[in-house]
Ligand binder design. Structure first.
Ligand code: ADP
Length: 381
């Protein structure tokens, strides 16, 4: 009996110990599970964190980035890529569907096929004409192709403007120089005593030299304005306008044109008085040049935040297709007429450049054979 009780007690103790051991084991395994779960979520969080950092880095770049598979399906696109092709949800589409560029699709397929990095320039037509510098390279595994597109439309446009400008200047210089050379040669060779002829030729030489001086002067004004920041000082725009009008009055009288100024005695603005003189001189001189009869009215008024200067003439006006182009360098509607008035074709580009550098605008309204109004608006600080 005694042994039986002892055995039962022992068994009971064993069961309790086993239960507690099992319970400990269970707690340990639960703790391990929990730790694993926590680790997984930590790794997931870390990965997510890194992904977000890479996304925001790529989205901050001003270069379009695509990642494609070897069949040119898009797997990733950064913000610039989405904006550049105005395609909000490009993932899963082909590069052709998103960019509408067959050349770009062929480029991606080629990089995928050859496994070699390539670079080129391409013109894109959608959603507007743009030029891009493209670089494509394969992932080391060869499964994916990375693509960057850097937009260089403005760069190329500026290069073209510069080349056109140089070509235009050369052209403008060539004509008077050729005339001067031809006249001088004739004077040298000619043994005639015809003084009249000689004077006519010499006058022509002088007028061509004057033309060259005007051209170089305008070129200098334009490049100086472009290269240097505006130096503004407090100046009275009414004074500037009145003195330009006074300077051009003899020319108006010679052409029997009325030239009137209307405006306040004083309107102070922060501007470069020398450059403003140039602007008004160019505009009022043009108004006189392109008006055969009638009048030229110059008006100055102040609105709440700006000064508004308008120059209205009753001259030849211009057809609407020219209005957007007359501010381009060397653009002239009638080359012969501009030449006759001593124009260089640079006057309005100088006006536009100076006014915009002052934070202002210049606009034109015109009707063919009825007249034009140029309006300059300058901010009043
Ligand atoms: P230009 O030296 O030939 O006058 P501008 O740059 O001053 O060059 O002007 C460009 C062209 O715009 C002129 O050739 C002329 O055809 C046109 N234009 C300018 N001002 C007037 C105006 N007030 N009336 C009619 N046409 C004008």
């Amino acid at each position: 009996m005694g042994w039986t009780v002892f055995a039962i007690v022992l068994i009971a103790i064993g069961i309790v110990a086993l239960g507690s051991a099992l319970r400990s084991l269970f707690l340990v395994s639960e703790a391990v599970d929990r730790l694993e779960r926590e680790n997984e979520s930590l790794v997931r969080d870390e990965l997510q964190h890194q992904r977000e950092a890479i996304d925001s880095l790529a989205d901050g770049l001003d270069v379009a980035i695509f990642m494609c598979d070897r069949k040119a399906n898009i797997l990733y696109a950064n913000r610039q890529a989405i904006q550049m092709f105005a395609f909000p949800d490009p993932i899963g589409r082909t590069i052709l569907a998103v960019t509408l560029s067959y050349d770009l699709e062929q480029f991606v397929l080629d990089v995928g096929r050859t496994g070699e990095s390539q670079a080129t320039e391409m013109i894109f037509a959608y959603p507007g004409d743009r030029i891009g510098r493209i670089h494509g390279w394969p992932e080391p595994s060869g499964q994916r192709v990375f693509l960057t597109i850097y937009e260089i439309t403005d760069l190329r446009r500026l290069e073209r403007v510069r080349q056109d400008f140089v070509a235009n200047v050369s052209h403008e210089l060539r004509t008077p120089l050729a005339t001067i050379r031809a006249m001088s040669e004739t004077l040298l060779d000619d043994d005639t005593d015809d003084q009249d002829l000689k004077s006519r030729y010499l006058e022509k030489v002088i007028s061509e030299v004057d033309r060259l001086s005007l051209l170089t002067n305008d070129l200098l004004v334009l490049t100086t304005a472009e290269l240097n920041p505006v130096r503004k000082q407090r100046c009275n725009l009414a004074d500037v306008l009145r003195s330009v009008v006074a300077q051009l009055e003899p020319k108006a009288r010679e052409k029997s044109l009325a030239l009137n100024y209307e405006g306040p005695i004083e309107l102070m603005a922060d501007a470069n008085a020398g450059q403003m003189t140039q602007v008004f001189l160019n505009l009022i001189d043009n108004a006189l040049n392109y008006t055969a009869e009638g009048k030229v009215e110059v008006q100055l008024k102040a609105t709440k935040h700006s000064a508004e200067i308008s120059i209205r003439d009753t001259g030849i006006g211009m057809a609407s297709e020219h209005i957007n182009r007359i501010f381009e360098r060397f653009y002239r509607i009638d080359r012969g007429r501009s030449r006759a008035t001593g124009g260089t074709g640079l006057g309005l580009s100088i006006v536009k450049h100076i006014v915009e550098a002052h934070g202002g605008t210049v606009q034109v309204e015109s009707t063919l054979n009825q007249g034009s109004t140029f309006t300059v608006t300058l901010p009043l600080s």
